[in-house]
Design a protein around this ligand. Structure first.
Ligand SMILES: [Zn+2]
Length: 411
């Protein structure tokens, strides 16, 4: 094979192969490339200024996509330029996106693979270390984020994710219209959300925010009132139903606390069953729940109350919603279900934000979906120490999903 055929196969615009080496035993291929004769435009890697004079040549070796069974490396001739602004700098070329020893298209391939597989799998596939794959993936995501337009924030979601005993909580701010997470903060204090408003948004951007879906959590409300006083707070279904689930669980624990033997066996592992909606359970699970209810009517009552609270969001008129909530609270009388009474008081204290659901059109289920995506990533990645990486990953996940939907619609 002649060198210009190698050049065609490599397909790096502006570069030609002038030497190659094949190691059949080690299954490696090495190509030496330099600029084609007409390719004289140099770009400063510091500022992007175009220059014509090169002052020095040196070589760099990078991994490229594999050729069949061969692991390929490319040795490039690169120029150093004397930039009037930056001084002596290396030139910038499209095929080398960073200082790391990988070609752009290899990084793109690794990044793309990381979208649908765990780092461990991708590392195996490309014969790279896990830490290298993570670093490549992060750069891939950073390049994607830098190149795209960020949509305006008009409706925001604020949610917290429980990370575990050590790291505790993560505050997640998301854009409800695009369904993507925008920012992560450690902990869930007022100061946490303050930081988002102060550092991430200009006062103009803050004034564009019309509504915020949040949990009934005082520190968040205080922060919202301070930074975006004109924004309507909506206490959404997802968060309220989380509280309802927690109340049912509290009833279950109180009821079965001192019970032993057979009763304990029936209750065991039923926590998530009680948190599930009845309509989502199969016959077997429904039977399991019925066994539990036969043992304890109070747990059943609490479960039914949780189930009926869900219907609150089927009303679109304020008056009807309020009437339904009142009748729901009336059912609590004489039941002596303390956790449910506590929930009712909480709902009454946040009535305005609950009824705001009828006043503002807010996409439902977005906060829940964002939350679910992040939890799925956390499970798959076994703990992201780098929050920025986790955020980019979750943003990319949200964006590629919408792209996919848009594509499907067009087709
Ligand atoms: Zn420069």
């Amino acid at each position: 094979m002649r060198e210009n055929e190698w050049t065609k196969l490599l397909g790096w615009p502006g570069y030609r192969v002038y030497r190659h080496e094949i190691d059949e035993h080690g299954k490696t291929l090495k190509l030496w490339v330099r600029r084609k004769r007409g390719n004289r435009k140099l770009v400063c890697s510091g500022c992007g200024r175009k220059l014509t004079e090169a002052c020095d040549i040196y070589q760099r070796e990078v991994r490229d996509l594999p050729w069949s069974e061969y692991r390929a490396t490319v040795v490039l001739e690169l120029y150093r330029v004397r930039c009037p602004d930056c001084g002596l700098k290396t030139e910038k070329i499209a095929q080398l996106p960073s200082k790391a020893p990988f070609s752009k298209r290899l990084e793109e391939a690794v990044g793309l693979a990381c979208e649908s597989a765990a780092v461990r799998r991708v590392a195996q596939q490309f014969g790279l270390a896990g830490s290298t794959v993570r670093a490549i993936d992060l750069r891939y995501l950073e390049r994607w984020a830098a190149a795209r337009r960020k949509p305006a924030l008009r409706q925001m979601g604020v949610d917290e994710i429980h990370l575990g005993k050590k790291q505790k909580f993560l505050t997640v701010v998301s854009n409800l219209e695009t369904g993507e997470p925008l920012w992560f903060g450690r902990e869930r204090k007022k100061e946490t959300l303050d930081e988002f408003f102060e550092k991430q948004l200009s006062s103009f951007q803050r004034s564009a925010i019309r509504a915020a879906c949040v949990d009934m959590w005082e520190p968040y409300r205080q922060s919202l009132e301070q930074w975006v006083p004109r924004c309507r707070i909506v206490y959404d279904k997802f968060h309220i139903m989380q509280h309802a689930g927690a109340a049912v669980d509290e009833v279950r624990r109180a009821e079965f606390f001192r019970k032993g033997g057979a009763a304990r066996e029936v209750v065991k592992g039923k926590r998530w069953l009680l948190l599930s909606r009845w309509v989502h359970l199969n016959t077997h699970k429904k039977r399991q729940l019925n066994e539990l209810f036969a043992l304890n009517r109070r747990v059943m009552k609490a479960y039914l109350l949780k189930e009926s609270l869900d219907r609150l969001w089927s009303y679109t008129y304020e008056g009807a919603m309020l009437r339904y909530l009142k009748s729901w609270i009336d059912q609590l009388r004489w039941q002596r279900l303390k956790p449910m009474e506590k929930l009712a008081r909480m709902l009454l204290d946040h009535l305005d934000g609950i009824v705001n659901y009828c006043r503002i059109k807010i996409p439902m289920g977005v906060v829940e979906a964002v939350n679910g995506n992040i939890k799925a990533l956390l499970r798959r990645g076994r703990g992201y120490r780098d929050l920025n990486y986790l955020l980019l990953k979750a943003q990319r996940l949200a964006a590629t999903k919408t792209e996919f939907v848009a594509f499907r619609k067009a087709a």
